[in-house]
Design a protein. Structure first.
Length: 364
């Protein structure tokens, strides 16, 4: 049975919900970007944990590298492909007949999980389904880093991920020096892999060594920095501050990693107990579909929902009405997606994993 880490489901749910907040009630801030970065740290932590376990099986002679890689890829495909392709298909249908009909032109990029490169180097623009760029970055991590981690002796994993982070920071600096702007720097793997690398390092670090990160003063400092980073776009637009992108990435990675480490180190803390409540864990369970679904819903409600009229009639700010409608509809559809689309494949994934664990493995 997979180990349960207290607070992580709730942390994932909180991150997903804050992205919804970003696209409705708090437009113009960077709370959504920071939430996506937290997703990356969570994924780096959990996925690296899976890969390390597989690597230990390889070192014990119970499994070959390519058998382990194939098993990992199959498990991830069963988790991520069904909801992604179902909702992509539904979005394309609605977009073609009732909306902008823009996404179909770039369908190949979406089918191959390359939409982050589409944004970064071809269109230099955000479209109605490009928020899934972060899913593309994660998929690229699975494809390229899984074999490397599985081939590399476990004692080298920490240094490997430190090296990955260093190379990515150099890549960010190089891209910016070459004249590329935020629309390129943000969705490229070099940014996402910094955060996934931080999560990976936390995954291969003994829990006892994380206890210093639970220091309340350090946690408060991290929260203050996160609030400042979330507010930074407002300061930049008003010419109050101008910070190099690489420093924003480093600051985000450091502060969010502290929150992640503190969550892992203090499973009985009050904040972690809140994250472990049923509503927060439920949000975590449906967070994948919630993330995919929410932005098209937000755009459609904004264009066709009569928000200005409702705001005038109720004297409630339009952004709050927008948030309320999108939240309810997105959570409902994500819940439906989890039951109808995701859970059957998750059950299949669990059965395949159980059968693989039960039978003797032969080195390939």
């Amino acid at each position: 049975m997979d180990k349960h880490f207290s607070g992580l489901d709730g942390l994932r749910g909180l991150a997903a919900f804050m992205v919804v907040v970003h696209h409705t009630a708090l437009k113009g801030t960077d709370i959504g970007g920071l939430s996506v970065f937290l997703f990356f740290i969570l994924s780096g932590f959990l996925i690296t944990g899976i890969l390390v376990k597989l690597r230990l099986k390889i070192e014990a002679g119970r499994m070959g590298v390519w058998a382990a890689t194939g098993s990992f890829w199959l498990q991830r495909a069963l988790r991520i492909f069904p909801a992604y392709y179902v909702w992509l298909g539904l979005f394309l249908f609605i977009d073609h007949y009732w909306y902008h009909d823009e996404t179909i032109v770039n369908l190949g990029w979406y089918l191959l999980y390359l939409q982050n490169f589409l944004i970064a180097f071809k269109t230099y623009a955000w479209e109605d389904f490009t928020h899934t760029w972060s899913l593309a970055v994660e998929q690229q991590y699975y494809v390229f880093f899984a074999p490397l981690v599985l081939m590399l002796a476990s004692r080298w994993h920490r240094r490997f991920f430190v090296g990955v982070i260093a190379v990515c920071i150099v890549a960010i600096i190089s891209l910016q020096a070459a004249g590329y702007e935020m629309v390129t720097l943000y969705p490229t793997p070099s940014t996402g892999f910094v955060f996934m690398g931080c999560g990976a390092i936390l995954s291969v670090t003994d829990r006892n060594r994380l206890k210093p990160f639970a220091n309340p003063l350090l946690v408060v400092a991290a929260i203050v920095l996160i609030v400042a980073l979330a507010s930074y776009p407002v300061a930049e637009r008003n010419h109050i501050a101008k910070v190099p992108y690489v420093l924003l990435v480093v600051g985000s990675a450091a502060s969010l990693s502290v929150i992640m480490a503190a969550t892992l180190a203090s499973p009985t803390a009050f904040a972690v107990r809140v994250l472990e409540t049923s509503p927060m864990r439920y949000l975590g369970r449906i967070s994948y579909a919630l993330y995919i679904i929410h932005l098209p819903i937000a755009l459609w409600v904004e264009d066709f929902g009569g928000l200005a009229e409702m705001s005038e009639a109720t004297h409630i700010p339009a952004d709050l009405i927008h948030f309320a409608i999108v939240s309810v509809v997105s959570v409902a559809l994500a819940s439906l997606s989890y039951v109808v689309v995701e859970k059957p494949f998750l059950d299949l994934k669990a059965r395949l994993k159980a059968s693989t664990t039960a039978r003797p493995e032969v080195a390939a």
